[in-house]
Structure formats: C-alpha cells, structure tokens
Design a protein around this ligand. Sequence first.
Ligand SMILES: [Zn+2]
Length: 258
Amino acid sequence: MITHKNISIFFIFILLILNLINLYVTIHFLWFLGIILLWIGINAVGSSLISSNYHVKAYCNNSSETEKKIAITFDDGPSVYTLEVLQLLKKYNAKATFFCIGKNIETHPEILKQIIDDGHLVGNHSYSHSKFFDFYNQDKIHKEIIKTDQLLEQFTPGKINFFRPPYGVTTPSIRRALKVTGHKTIGWNIRSLDGGTKNQELILNRIIKRVSPGGIVLLHDTGAHSVLVLEQFLQFLQQNNYQVVSIEELLNLKAYAN
Ligand SMILES: [Zn+2]
C-alpha cells in the first residue's frame, strides 16, 4: 500500500543503495536530486488527496453499497446560509452531516443547535480552518480539535467522533494528533468545488456526473450559490430515486461516542 511510511522506507532504501554503488562507481548527483524530487512529489500528492490514505485512513465512500443511498456533507459552517440549507433538507426529507469550524460555532451557536434539532449530524473541521493548518505541529492541531469538540459537544448527545481536515489535506502531524484523539477521518468521493467557482451549472454537472450508490458529496453551507445548487441537486436525487442518508448510516460508523 502506498502510505507515507512505506514510501519513506522505499526511498531511504533506494538512496542507501545508490550511496553504496557510489562508493565504487560515481553516480551523477542529478540521479540523487531526481529521486529526492520524486519523493517530495509523491508526498505532495499523497498529502493533498484525502482518498489516498497516504497519512491518515479516510472514509470517502461505501463502495459495497448497492442501494441508491448517498450522503451529503457540508463544510465550513455554521453560517447564515446554513439556515437555508436546513430548510431545503427538510423539504426533501434528507439527512446530512455538517463539518463545522470551531470559531463559526462561537459566532452562530443557535444555528448549530438548529442543525442538531433537525436531526442532522455534526463533525469537527478544526477551530481556525487556517490556511497554515497543514504546517501546524501536532500540539497545535490537537488543541484545535479539542477546542472544537468542546464547542460541538455542548449540543451533541456524546463525544465527537468524526473529523474532516481543512482542505482535505493530511500531514504526519495531523496523523499523530488524530491518533491521540481517536477521531475517524471522513473524506468524500464527490467534490463539488463550490468553493472555487460560483457557476451553478458547472457545480451541478460536476456532482451529478459522479453520483453513484454509497457516495459522499462535499458541499459548503457558506454561500448563496451553494444553496441554489443544493436545491437542484436534491431534485435530481429525488427524480433518480436516491435516498440522502447520514454518514452514520452510509458508513455504519457512530458520529458520537459515549
Ligand atoms: Zn473546509
């Protein structure tokens, strides 16, 4: 399996062998440079693809699901748009999972309460969602996770079990922090990229093309365009007899521990 550990062992081994050969036959330094650059490249791709399981095991779908069940997840809230999202979910009888940012819970605790009251699930999406989160050390990441858990747990029936790393990027420090906290990492296999574009047609077509049983969709409850796309998406799912279920049901994992 291509994991951070295996790749590190492999490349250290290759570099040692090259060093050994270099004692007898001179190897051009470009070979060393090329191998190190390839190593860095694999690390970069592995860190940025949550489904690669490179640093952390992430649940990105349920490939054994045969029924037309799909899970929708919303990142980066709660925000004022979350209320519109909740209304739509109610209208289409859909259950979703919200990955919340700690500082946004502090701003909108009443919206978080509404999410829970409506029967949806919540998970941890860091406290700051900082652009530099991937450069934080284990201790700083651990503190952010704990702080956000505490904010969420004021409203949930148990301890938070789900975590989604900001930007879906994982690092050795995040892996070590999660080893201590014991959270399950939840990824996705249907990304809308609604954070990057406001073109509704583009976003909708992108997700519709990828819909299949057991899939996990990533949307954001932070913009008006995402809300408009959501309504069309929910209509599409209804017309195609898809049931929108929670992550708990789709993955058979508990969102909250006792
Ligand atoms: Zn996010």
